[in-house]
Design a protein around this ligand. Structure first.
Ligand code: GLU
Length: 405
């Protein structure tokens, strides 16, 4: 067998793999708590279901334009106007198979071999692999002070003649950190000045806590959308809890969007028709599920952070959005992969190793589950790591006796 170099070197998505691990263990009856997940518990909004089932019931489910059905584009135009104050045209919009495919199509559309793409550390697991898949070179930028917020100066220092794009994900997966409006303003200006694409991954943009407004990159761009190298990515996956529908979109210049549509047309012929109609329903329907989700997540965040703050030896920064926390567990074990495996084997709690996001010693702990999952999960982790804890833990209908690490 001779596989391509990319097939031999591309790393599997750890987040997707751990979802499978958790599901398989559950099937076997193991009392798993999945604190590694990346999807809200809530159900698909009813407006999405109604819209999707209407097209399914028609039985007339055919190819659509590769860049999305007109009704979805119209809903995205309205969304962009309402949430970004930006009026764009259908030629500026492409609907894709999840935010992932929108980013992937963009990378394919802009990267030549050796071109570099910069993103701050910690970064979403898939960015480096997606950049490699498109033939580019990933350039993660670490904050000198070890925080989750590299300075714009540090990003500028990483730029060179091969730099083609910067990806910014705010609120951030895995840290839940938000970049300030000053940071975004400076970065928008820097990228425009150097003619570098800025891909704003706004997947979690509506899930911001403490009454703060999301940061809108267009507020800091003076360019017309067709002249701009700003590309804004969104999806229905997180805000409407519709991960399985796989619908995301991008808003950008006509030139870039047209190139992305050609690429997408050759790759997939476009996103699945029923999913596109589900997204139309979600975007045009009653919007209160987003507020309900945000309130639930904020409450979960508070409970999780209280528990983590009371946990001796770990350092945690309170997330400002999304549904991930990224505590530093290096006091217990420097190798996050080993620690994550230890917790899975020992107490059946799934976490994602920080190494996968470019920060060793940390674990990504999600709070998109139930309060009980969060409190029980943290309790199990505490028990597993605390040598002074009683030597037995009730775990579902079993009892665990610890043989220490
Ligand atoms: N974005 C989610 C996560 O980070 C979903 C999984 C994925 O596509 O990576 O867990």
């Amino acid at each position: 067998m001779s596989l391509s170099q990319i097939a031999r070197t591309l790393r599997e998505s750890i987040t997707l793999k751990l979802n499978q691990t958790a599901a398989l263990l559950r099937e076997k009856g193991e009392p798993v708590i999945h604190l590694g997940g990346g999807e809200p518990k809530s159900k698909t909004p009813i407006d999405a279901i109604v819209s999707c089932t209407a097209v399914l019931n028609s039985g007339d489910i055919k190819y659509t334009p590769a860049d999305g059905i007109p009704a979805l584009k119209k809903a995205i135009l309205r969304y962009t106007e309402e949430h970004y104050g930006k009026a764009v045209r259908p030629e500026n919009v492409i609907a894709s198979c999840g935010a992932k495919q929108a980013i992937m199509a963009a990378l394919h559309a802009i990267l030549d071999p050796k071109d570099e793409v910069i993103f701050p550390v910690p970064y979403w697991v898939s960015y480096p692999e997606m950049v490699k898949l498109a033939g580019g070179v990933p350039v993660p930028v670490r904050a000198e002070d070890g925080s989750f917020h590299p300075l714009v100066r540090e990003i500028a220092d990483a730029m060179g003649s091969y730099t083609k794009a910067v990806i910014l994900n705010s609120p951030n997966n895995p840290s839940g950190a938000m970049y300030s409006k000053e940071f975004v303003a400076e970065l928008v200006e820097l990228c425009a000045k150097r003619s570098i694409y800025l891909i704003m991954d706004d997947t979690y943009n509506r899930l911001v806590f403490d009454g703060r407004p999301p940061v809108n990159c267009y507020d800091y761009s003076s360019e017309e959308v067709d002249q701009s190298k700003l590309l804004v990515i969104n999806c229905v996956s997180k805000m409407y809890a519709m991960t399985g529908f796989r619908i995301g979109w991008a808003v950008g210049s006509k030139e870039l969007i047209t190139a992305m549509a050609v690429i997408q047309g050759q790759q997939t012929s476009g996103p699945a028709t029923p999913s596109q109609w589900a997204a139309v329903g979600a975007l045009n329907g009653i919007q209160n599920s987003i507020d309900a989700l945000r309130v639930t997540l904020e409450n979960n965040r508070n409970i999780l952070i209280d528990r983590l703050n009371a946990f001796p030896g770990i350092r945690v920064t309170s997330p400002q959005g999304a549904f991930y926390s990224f505590p530093d567990f290096s006091h217990y074990m420097a190798d996050s992969q080993k620690l994550s495996e230890f917790l899975l084997n020992k107490v059946r709690v799934v976490t994602v190793p920080g190494r996968e996001f470019g920060m060793e010693g940390h674990l990504r702990i999600s709070f998109c589950g139930t309060v009980k999952e969060i409190t029980d999960g943290i309790e199990r982790i505490r028990w597993a790591l605390d040598p002074t804890a009683p030597n037995e833990l009730a775990l579902g209908d079993r009892r665990l006796v610890r043989d220490w690490m």
